[in-house]
Design a protein around this ligand. Structure first.
Ligand SMILES: NC(=O)c1ccc[n+]([C@@H]2O[C@H](COP(=O)([O-])OP(=O)(O)OC[C@H]3O[C@@H](n4cnc5c(N)ncnc54)[C@H](O)[C@@H]3O)[C@@H](O)[C@H]2O)c1
Ligand SMILES: [Zn+2]
Length: 692
């Protein structure tokens, strides 16, 4: 029955909530938010008004529950709502001093709180509060914004809905906009017209109903009708194609090649993480004749440009560093003059002037932000903006918000206060870590530590099962955005180069390499075969060389420095029997640390070593007979091994994977920024292994 929106109402689920209007409004919110065509992430808000007992008087009073500031309706829970006394909210008209004083009203919303566990009421609260309807949706559907942001939006809205959808021209959300919505409704009523919704110019849609279900259906119908209308008018999209896309493989190759270079430019103020999308809708826009006309206009809906900056950077065909340098300089100058020409006396200081969205015709769209989720969401928002431009151009012509309006939202003091309240970035925020052999054991512990400290991590292993298990665990702990996995053998140059390409596509590049993959073979010299020898040297020595080489190429393109940490072993320094292959390979790994540290200083790439010893827990190296063999040799059980090894240390400590992870973090977390070519033993103290 609907083509452009998903109808997700489930009668049985709703029946189970029957009688509880708050639950029904949350249910509706969640199914609306599940469809990105209906509203963008975090965009819009929903509400319900009901009678409740006032704890202060014991009598019935009208209470409005509304999505609180900063939430997303798709995942809204009761705890994410604000509940306010409706009469108190409306009585604020008595103290409202006019447009200049919008900000002080936000403070006053807190005086209207009914439910003490409320989230902070958002700036859209009065928009819902002044409308008399029980259930209200305020959404940012691409199809509605396309009409709202087109030159003839008001006329089109009127004709399309036969006057049943009202129109309020663009204005920043706040108390006054709430009053305007009410005035629009009253004006229609004075003509005997009962509106079913109101379109907000350059912004979005208001729709309502007496029950949660009626509201839901009204909302879907209105959006569907907008989308149908746009579809019926769509002929040539964006003035037709100016060029065709490269093949998917070529797009990925070109994007991976360029991502670290762009990341370097975009990180001139704060280190950024990247996201790449070559979604069909994006390609259609960036390959079109209208790209050069539409892209500089910027986005329309305030949500869009808050996330994407006023306009994207469009690349030409020459993407050499020489060609990119002036492009970025021009962008920063453009942003600086936007700031200078729009700023007020009390505006917050200018923020990072680098672009967030970068369009590469034929290839795709890059977005850069301080963390992966923000970068991904910026891409989603720009895709929304593209949908809006496509629709608006099909039915009329697209108009963006005036720069001053955009500025007043971007640098709104309340928005700035929100930014100031955000938690401080973690030590590794904005950094991308690649840990070899991190399907389990020490490698997994290291990757976990990096993720806990804010890094995006790429898990790697040859053991697909172990890697899949680690991936599921990491997604559970840290979410999908910051974890990526790649099955690759560190001895295979092609696979490793492909793995680095993946890092560039997934996160924009790589900053932090931990060479951890390893195996152990312990045999007397006469039993030791050439095959054993080659295997040890391939994985431990050649693997470390190949991974470092491929990563350094990416790091140099970024120009942001970097870290390489090599997991070596006490056996690199302490000679024992039955260890000729493993021990000498570990010694080669240790010396490679020093050699690369010497070479990479000018690039600000630090190279350091961590030497574990006797880490038994979760180690595959110790499984498979090795631990039994050791235990038997010492005349103890496997369970007694950790204590036995601990006794041999100066501190009488067992060494755990987390101890090694902490040592790696010590090298890369910031405190040891001026150390390179160093080594750190994590072995509980073994005097034979003391470094000289
Ligand atoms: N566990 C210890 O006591 C100890 C002591 C000193 C040094 N180390 C070193 O620490 C590192 C990790 O050891 P662990 O104890 O966690 O061992 P582990 O066997 O549990 O983990 C090593 C991981 O590397 C992976 N791997 C092996 N070959 C690979 C290849 N070619 N490409 C990609 N991945 C590969 C394995 O599948 C495994 O998941 C090794 O370099 C090891 O030599 C360990
Ligand atoms: Zn809105």
């Amino acid at each position: 029955m609907y083509k452009h929106v998903s109808y997700l109402w489930d009668d049985a689920q709703a029946a189970a909530l029957s009688g509880n209007e708050v639950d029904l409004f949350i249910y509706r919110s969640n199914i609306l938010g599940a469809d990105l065509r209906i509203t963008n992430y975090g965009g819009g808000n929903t509400s319900v008004k009901l009678q409740d007992k006032d704890p202060l008087t014991g009598s019935e009073t009208e209470v409005m529950w509304i999505k609180g500031s900063g939430g997303d309706i798709g995942t809204l829970k009761k705890s994410g709502c604000a509940a306010l006394y409706v009469d108190r909210l409306r009585s604020l008209t008595n103290v409202y001093r006019g447009l200049e004083y919008e900000d002080e009203m936000v403070e006053l919303f807190n005086h209207c709180i009914f439910d003490l566990a409320s989230k902070a009421p958002s700036i859209d609260t009065p928009l819902h509060g002044f409308l008399p309807f029980k259930h209200i949706d305020h959404l940012h559907p691409d199809a509605a914004i396309a009409i709202a942001a087109s030159k003839d939006g008001e006329q089109i809205t009127k004709e399309l809905f036969g006057g049943l959808i009202g129109w309020v021209g663009w204005q920043r959300p706040g108390f006054d906009l709430g009053l305007q919505l009410k005035a629009c409704l009253d004006e229609a009523a004075s003509r005997g017209v009962q509106l079913r919704g109101i379109m907000l110019g350059s912004h979005g849609l208001f729709t309502w109903g007496d029950t949660s279900y009626e509201c839901y259906v009204n909302t879907l119908e209105v959006i569907e009708k907008c989308a149908e209308y746009i579809e019926s008018k769509t002929k040539t999209v964006f003035g037709g194609a100016r060029m065709s896309s490269y093949s998917p493989e070529e797009r990925a190759a070109k994007a991976a090649e360029l991502a670290p270079v762009l990341r370097g430019f975009c990180s001139s103020h704060v280190q950024m993480v990247g996201h790449f999308s070559d979604d069909e809708r994006v390609l259609q826009f960036i390959n079109s004749n209208d790209l050069d006309r539409l892209a500089p206009l910027g986005t329309s809906c305030p949500d869009h440009f808050l996330r994407t900056k006023i306009s994207p950077l469009v690349l030409g065909s020459d993407v050499s560093v020489d060609a990119l340098t002036p492009l970025f300089e021009d962008y920063r100058i453009m942003y600086g003059s936007y700031y200078d020409s729009c700023k007020h006396a009390n505006s917050p200081a200018m923020r990072d002037p680098n672009p967030v969205v970068i369009l590469y015709p034929g290839v795709g769209m890059f977005t850069f932000a301080k963390d992966k989720q923000t970068a991904r969401v910026a891409a989603e928002f720009y895709t929304n903006a593209i949908n809006v431009m496509r629709g608006a151009e099909a039915i009329s012509s697209y108009t963006s918000l005036p720069r001053q309006e955009a500025f007043d939202i971007e640098y709104w003091l309340l928005e700035e206060a929100k930014l100031q309240r955000m938690p401080k970035p973690k030590a590794l925020s904005g950094r991308v870590a690649f840990v070899t052999g991190s399907g389990g054991g020490i490698g997994k512990a290291i990757a976990k530590k990096m993720a806990q400290e804010g890094a995006c991590v790429i898990l790697n292993d040859v053991n697909a099962d172990r890697l899949a298990e680690a991936k599921a665990e990491f997604i559970g702990l840290f979410g999908k955005d910051v974890v990526s996995t790649v099955i690759a053998d560190v001895t295979n140059q092609e696979s490793i180069e492909a793995a680095m390409k993946q890092a560039c596509l997934d996160f924009g590049g790589v900053d932090l390499i931990v060479n951890n993959a390893g195996i152990s073979i312990s045999k007397g010299i006469l039993e030791h075969t050439q095959a054993d020898w080659d295997k040890l040297y391939d994985i431990l020595v050649k693997g470390q060389y190949l991974v470092s080489q491929a990563a350094i190429a990416v790091m140099r393109k970024q120009g942001l420095g970097g870290d390489i940490v090599n997991i070596v072993s006490k056996n690199a320094f302490v000679a024992g029997p039955n260890n000729v292959g493993y021990g000498s390979a570990k010694a080669a790994q240790a010396h490679m640390t020093r050699l690369l540290a010497a070479e990479l200083g000018p690039d600000h790439i630090r190279v350091n070593t961590v030497n574990p010893d006797a880490v038994i827990a979760d180690s595959n190296i110790w499984a498979g007979g090795w631990a039994e063999g050791r235990a038997k040799a010492y005349g103890i059980t496997v369970a007694e091994l950790p204590a036995y090894y601990a006794k041999r240390t100066l501190l009488n400590e067992s060494i755990l994977p987390d101890d090694i992870a902490n040592a790696c973090f010590a090298f890369v977390g910031g405190l040891l920024n001026k150390s390179t070519g160093n080594a750190l033993n994590v072995d509980g103290g073994v005097s034979a292994g003391f470094l000289r």
